[in-house]
Design a protein around this ligand. Structure first.
Ligand code: GDP
Ligand code: MN
Length: 351
């Protein structure tokens, strides 16, 4: 699960990692203090280049700027909230992240001397294995590489970052830029954080904006032509395999889960709408705890609300099937008896 910047920064603060002073803007009727850096809260990078990060100095310009950023779509995402941060006097911007090196089974620190919005252009990243014991040694080497003299401060930062990463069950923690201010403080200017969904049972505090829609949604091919919605990881994987066996490119894997309801299924449709090439959506639900009528209601809402919804191929079975059949029939949405029938129908329609 990918967090928004403000959500990730709230976690950083709880591990004593410095962030700029800030407030969250949801309601434009409240005054916003200037000067401020307004930042679009969307779950993608490159906001700076896309116009989603703006320094505003004049109070008469702030509400217009906020309105513009709130309506600006970045890579298909429009923010629900803005972050208004105190502007920093920047001396330098570094790149710093913690990642999991799966083949080595370790956590690594990745760093670059020159961070900021041009980071994609860089290739010569430094990497160090990091754990709770060697943070001080890594800090010494990092200080040398960054050309910083305050090793102690960097050591505290790395120790806190490591704790933050492991105790939060993160799979990625990226600070870009790590800002060195003119008064020599190190502050996390931006933060991208991904949490391990499988660790959810350990974190009753996890309650994030994007969580329900994205929980078990995996992009397989953003150019794929067939999207899938299924429940249960096994059935979801079998659905993806069946789509591939029928010679279509599956765009995604989605297990809507046992507790799938109208809202979560509707959110799944919205996510699928981000793929430009999807011309068919296969819905394969074997309802136990999930109720077919809830899924049917979501399908009907999606039909009514989403303009340009790709063609649906639906197979439902299990709890409250009759009620679902009734709702869908009245809405003029056909059901198919099996997944195989769905795939045959897609093949016929794509001829
Ligand atoms: P991203 O483009 O989505 O990664 O968004 P960032 O949060 O990294 O912001 C992009 C850039 O905004 C940074 O690299 C900074 O150069 C710039 N920026 C300018 N002033 C400020 C400031 O006061 N605070 C922060 N956080 N960034 C600033
Ligand atoms: Mn950034």
């Amino acid at each position: 699960m990918k967090l928004l910047e403000y959500e990730a920064k709230a976690i950083l603060t709880s591990f004593d990692i410095p962030i700029p002073r800030s407030s969250i803007i949801t309601n434009l009727d409240n005054p916003i203090e200037v000067p401020t850096v307004l930042k679009s809260q969307v779950p993608v990078g490159g906001r700076g280049k896309a116009g989603g990060v703006r320094l505003v100095e004049k109070s008469e310009e702030v509400s217009t700027a906020a309105r513009e950023i709130l309506s600006l779509a970045i890579k298909g995402h429009t923010p629900k909230v803005l972050l208004a941060e105190e502007p920093l006097s920047i001396r330098h911007e570094y790149y710093l992240s913690l990642i999991i090196n799966k083949s080595a089974g370790i956590i690594e620190l990745m760093a670059h001397k020159d961070g900021g919005v041009e980071i994609e252009e860089q290739s010569d990243f430094k990497r160090w294995p990091i754990d709770e014991k060697n943070a001080a040694n890594v800090a010494a080497e990092l200080a040398d590489y960054y050309d910083l003299t305050d090793v102690e401060n960097l050591s505290i930062l790395l120790t806190n970052l490591y704790r933050c990463f492991t105790e939060s069950d993160a799979t990625l923690l990226e600070i870009n830029p790590l800002i060195l201010t003119v008064d020599s403080k190190l502050i996390a200017g931006d933060c991208k954080m991904t949490l391990d969904d499988a660790a959810r049972f350990r974190h009753s505090e996890w309650d994030f904006e994007d969580a329900p829609a994205n929980a078990n949604f995996v992009t397989l091919d953003p150019k794929g032509s067939v999207a899938t919605i299924a429940n249960g990881a096994g059935l979801a994987m079998a659905t993806v395999d069946a789509v591939a066996d029928a010679c279509f490119t599956p765009a995604n894997f989605l297990d809507v889960g046992g507790g799938a309801n109208e809202a979560s299924v509707l959110a799944a449709f919205e996510k699928i709408m981000e793929y430009p090439n999807v011309s068919a959506i296969v819905i394969n639900i074997f309802a136990g705890i999930t109720r077919c009528d809830e899924v049917a209601k979501a399908i009907i809402s999606a039909k009514n609300q989403i303009h340009d919804l790709p063609k649906l191929y639906i197979r439902l079975a299990g709890t409250n099937y009759e009620a679902a059949d009734d709702l869908l029939t009245r809405a003029g949405i056909p059901l198919l008896p099996s997944l195989a029938d769905c795939l045959v129908a897609i093949q016929e329609n794509s001829r």
